[in-house]
Write a protein that binds this ligand. Structure first.
Ligand SMILES: Cc1cc2nc3c(=O)[nH]c(=O)nc-3n(C[C@H](O)[C@H](O)[C@H](O)COP(=O)(O)OP(=O)(O)OC[C@H]3O[C@@H](n4cnc5c(N)ncnc54)[C@H](O)[C@@H]3O)c2cc1C
Length: 358
């Protein structure tokens, strides 16, 4: 059995940022990731202004061209909402935080490459194809049950031990579900999302290097968005429980073709997920939650900055608890107050087509 000071579940931006903060304090941390890396993630893959600042301040880096896709930059002024009555107007995606404005030039990236790049920058030890299935926590330690898949596909059960376990395992977090079996009650505030990539034949009358946003009641309760990633056009639809998202996707395709003469070629791939819109849940005793697992998501599902910032602060809080032999939860709670406040502001501004749920 392996022992570590801290085990982080999930190698997304929250997990890597948490691991980075722990490594910076010389703490022994292992990141466990259930997928083979680099893994895909349901995401538009846009680094907003705040995310770019966090990459600089926490990782002392800038997103390299090797992880970007074309068009590499989307200006905030080119994030545009269209409706049949008024035509286009700018759509405000990222809002100021604590009175601070961020860069208005957003970077278009591939999430699989970005996440692996960030994980490598954290310099943390990691193991992929390691699916955390359960854990048991007592007053002194946490034992973690993991199903590991070898190169030949053989699965083995492993047990790890740690002083602290961090669930950075995203919107469908198993750590959150095991910690709070009642958390499924927040399903009423969950939205389903489907993204499809199609080979782009022609943008028709849509502007190049723009991110187009539509609120179409026939498609879904959420905003729909469309933007280019290299030779593909990425279409995103979403809605409350019961919405048939494949039908929504087809309706969005037809709308784009009829309204803007967009021509799409072969389908490449789908990505689907669920997103919770709820106040943060931080965890209990030696088991912490961070990133989307803790419901840290900003306006319009802008989640990379919320994940990085909460993840880093979670790592710092755990490091301090270990160094000063203190209870981690009050430290963590205090350190993320501004993030929680910003989430409240974002939830208040969230825009849906029906008044249902949120
Ligand atoms: C359609 C869509 C578009 C989006 N577009 C943007 C955008 O353009 N910009 C932006 O800032 N945000 C965007 N977001 C939000 C953003 O993708 C998420 O908020 C962000 O990825 C959360 O990061 P995280 O590290 O908390 O979780 P994740 O990135 O989800 O990482 C969690 C990791 O945990 C792993 N994991 C899960 N379960 C286990 C387990 N049992 N054992 C081990 N590992 C496990 C997963 O495989 C995954 O790698 C979008 C979200 C959606 C749904």
């Amino acid at each position: 059995m392996q022992e570590h000071d801290v085990i982080v579940v999930g190698s997304g931006p929250a997990g890597s940022s948490c691991a980075k903060a722990l490594r910076a304090e010389g703490i022994d941390v292992l990141v466990l990731e259930k997928e083979a890396l680099p893994r895909y993630k349901c995401c538009s893959g846009v680094l907003f202004g705040q995310t770019q600042e966090l990459i600089k301040s926490y990782f002392n880096a800038e997103a390299p061209t090797s992880i970007q896709c074309s068009p590499a930059i989307i200006e905030a002024s080119d994030v545009r909402e269209w409706n049949s009555k008024d035509g286009y107007r700018q759509y405000l995606w990222e809002i100021s935080k604590d009175g601070k404005q961020f860069s208005q030039s957003y970077i278009n990236i591939w999430r699989n490459l970005f996440d692996k790049w960030l994980l490598d920058l954290s310099a943390a030890e990691y193991r992929d194809q390691s699916n955390v299935k359960g854990f048991k926590a007592d007053a002194n330690q946490v034992s973690v049950q993991v199903e590991q898949t070898a190169g030949d596909g053989r699965k083995t059960a492993q047990e790890y031990r740690c002083k602290y376990l961090v669930g950075a395992d995203g919107g469908n977090s198993i750590v959150r579900r095991l910690l709070n079996p009642g958390s499924a009650s927040s399903d009423a505030m969950a939205v389903g999302i489907l993204q499809s990539y199609f080979k782009l034949e022609s943008l028709g009358t849509l502007k190049k290097a723009a991110w187009n946003v539509f609120f179409l009641p026939e498609v879904g309760e959420m905003l729909n968005c469309v933007h280019q990633k290299d030779e593909y056009l990425l279409l995103c639809v979403g809605g409350f429980r019961g919405r048939k998202l494949r039908e929504s996707m087809e309706k969005l395709r037809v709308f784009l073709s009829e309204q803007f003469d967009v021509r799409l070629g072969d389908w490449w791939r789908d990505e689907a997920c669920q997103m919770q819109l709820a106040p943060p849940i931080l965890g209990r005793d030696r088991v912490l939650l961070t990133g989307e697992a803790a419901n840290f998501v900003y306006l319009n599902g802008e989640g990379i900055s919320a994940a990085m910032d909460s993840g880093y602060r979670c790592g710092k809080a755990v490091a301090r608890a270990l160094q000063e032999k203190k209870n981690v939860m009050p430290i963590y709670e205090e350190s993320i107050k501004d993030i929680a406040k910003h989430i409240e502001k974002c939830l208040a501004q969230a825009r849906f087509i029906t008044a249902q749920a949120v």
